[in-house]
Design a protein around this ligand. Structure first.
Ligand SMILES: [Ca+2]
Ligand SMILES: [Ca+2]
Length: 244
């Protein structure tokens, strides 16, 4: 699983050549809709069973999600995430920011030693997938790279094994396959988002109202945040309130 995640994360890679992605995107834009029709769900759907507590059941599959036009609202969401993870507010997202994010989560849960290290390691694992061979990412790079990736047909089927799993893994601090309210608060605290916003988003994400967030529920919110452009989507605050 880890190897699969690493492969998928590298392929998500915000680090890859943006110019190449743009050239590819011109071709992909023409073929994406055709491919989405031709792809069966069985081909696209590769659930991360280790992270689920029952039969995986996603409301939407990555290939079902609409083409991302890159609207102003969508850009605002992406810029908001960038600012959340630029914890030292120096204008770059770096490994240092992800370490700080992990430390903030560990401190919030009063964890130190090996347990804190495990959290930070998971954050650095996610950073490695984001960064690839770069050591820092600007806001514009982040925006352009993510948009290029969202319109690549080969990227969507890999999502569950890559970024969704990695981000859920960061939130699921104790690794039991579920995100509790406390873990969600810690995740928001890691990004310097006040607790009240965690409570509001948790209610939205916990669709079966059992007080826990499954991988399925997390994935639904994640996919809606990154692949939809509705200003009224209930997951717009998936990473806290949007910045101006
Ligand atoms: Ca930074
Ligand atoms: Ca957990």
């Amino acid at each position: 699983m880890l190897a699969m995640s690493n492969i998928a994360l590298r392929s998500w890679g915000l680090v890859r050549d943006i110019k190449s992605s743009r050239r590819l995107a011109k071709f992909v834009r023409l073929t994406l809709r055709i491919r989405n029709v031709l792809q069966t769900k069985a081909h696209c759907f590769q659930p991360v069973r280790r992270l689920t507590t029952g039969t995986p059941h996603f409301g939407k599959l990555p290939a079902d999600l609409p083409y991302v036009t890159g609207s102003e609202h969508w850009k605002r969401k992406v810029r908001s995430v960038f600012k959340r993870f630029d914890l030292n507010t120096d204008g770059y997202v770096t490994g240092e920011d992800y370490v700080a994010f992990g430390k903030r989560m560990a401190d919030f849960r009063n964890l130190d030693g090996e347990k804190a290290k495990q959290i930070i390691d998971k954050c650095l694992h996610t950073w490695a997938g984001v960064a690839g061979n770069k050591n820092k990412i600007t806001e514009d790079d982040y925006l352009q790279s993510i948009h290029s990736l969202t319109i690549q047909c080969c990227f969507r089927p890999q999502l569950y094994h890559g970024f969704v799993s990695a981000e859920f893994g960061m939130m699921d601090i104790d690794g039991d396959g579920l995100a509790s309210k406390d873990e969600h608060v810690a995740f928001f605290h890691g990004m310097k988002v006040p607790m009240q916003f965690s409570k509001e988003m948790f209610v939205e994400m916990d669709t079966n109202k059992d007080g826990l967030i499954t991988f399925d529920e997390f994935a639904e919110g994640f996919l809606d945040f990154w692949f939809t452009e509705d200003p009224n989507n209930k997951y717009n605050h998936f990473y806290g309130p949007l910045v101006d």
